[in-house]
Design a protein around this ligand. Sequence first.
Ligand SMILES: Cc1cc2nc3c(=O)[nH]c(=O)nc-3n(C[C@H](O)[C@H](O)[C@H](O)COP(=O)(O)OP(=O)(O)OC[C@H]3O[C@@H](n4cnc5c(N)ncnc54)[C@H](O)[C@@H]3O)c2cc1C
Length: 417
Amino acid sequence: MTANDMLYDLCIIGAGPMGSAAARHATLIEPGLKVCVIGPKEPKNYQETLECSHGIFSSHYDEGRIATLLHQWQSRAELARRSQSRFSEIAQQTGIEFYERVGHLVIGNQNDPYIQRVQKIMACMKTQVEILDKRGLSEKYPFLSQTLSEDTFILSESSGYVSPRRLIKAQLKAARLQGCALIDDVVDHVTEVNQSDGSKQMKVSTRKGQIYLARKVLLAPGGFIGFRDLLPKGKKLDIKLMKPRLAFAELTDRDVRRLSNMPVITWKDKLRSIHCYILPPIKYPDGKYYIKIGRRSEEEFHSADEVAEYFKRDPSEKAADSELLGLLLKLIKDLEVVSSHGDSCFTAHTPTGRLYCDMITPTLGVAAVGNGCGVDTSEEIGNMAARMIVSGRWNHDLPYEKFKAKFKVESSVPSSL
Ligand SMILES: Cc1cc2nc3c(=O)[nH]c(=O)nc-3n(C[C@H](O)[C@H](O)[C@H](O)COP(=O)(O)OP(=O)(O)OC[C@H]3O[C@@H](n4cnc5c(N)ncnc54)[C@H](O)[C@@H]3O)c2cc1C
């Protein structure tokens, strides 16, 4: 182990949407604060990453995440609204564009509980929304199917989607310009060390054999939080890791042109057992355009080994969910699918449905667990977490109780998560 001389004021573990946003905010709140972010770069080859016993991936290796104001909970809608309000400022500061305002449609049934909850929040938040029927929908988006039922009810809002890869790049660039150090490594252990003067220091040991010392540590490693010794002994956060159902459909050039004004779509119709979200055509690093369709499944991961096994193959080698592909073909008229594939990823969920943003000890904080919408809301979560860890106490206008971390009781903790 090599000990670094530098004593950081704050070490953030995890360079994902939450960690990168927290790094930008921490260096903004207190200029001159010595901050570092430790997190691995996206792997080029998943198998190799596992073989060198890395085993840490992320929930953000993708080009499209829905960013919307149409949420079922007010606190989530508020986090999303504040995040969106700063996207253009971050893009301007860094020269990195990451937000596409293509619009967001929620297609459903007026009596559906989800639609009713969203409408209630919209009214509270005064969100500007257009209400469409089936005819209005086909006038605006002629490529969308006629097979929708007559009682279809549509909310149309002006948000869109974010590229999580580019959002993180922008947040980290801004943080670096404000003095934050970026370290490409995986943290294996975090320990609290008593100093001779009675104060505490945090010792952060990494896979590359480095030791970093910090006055405080913020944990932002997403659902991987239980995969390394990051929390105090015996503490396990109450989270579930769920396997999402997904299909990426490669498009022809003709469909890319034809669908050029396609919005993000959430399609929920409990009566007809339909529940999915769809991202419009997006160009991926292989130069091809894909539409992504996905939904949450009830399939849960129970151990880090199960996750490792699942991540073994690269995303492009995973089979697409055929039922979701079927729904896509039903919704978009005459769609030609050149090829299809799935993905390797998970979503992390809490029993409260809200992220955890909390101080675990006076020197250790956590901001993690996105519940399927952690990119959309990450910019304001970064602000919330940075204020908390820098001041050592809750320091945000949204109520602390909503974000309080919950821990598993010892007997229900599976050994490796
Ligand atoms: C298929 C899918 C679709 C989704 N759709 C949406 C959507 O439409 N809208 C939306 O807002 N959200 C969506 N989400 C959820 C969103 O991607 C996550 O909530 C978000 O990425 C969580 O951010 P995070 O920073 O907490 O965690 P992550 O994105 O997982 O980032 C954590 C980072 O910490 C690093 N890390 C982990 N352990 C360590 C360690 N020991 N040492 C150092 N670094 C470590 C990881 O490598 C990673 O880079 C989706 C997720 C999936 C999988």
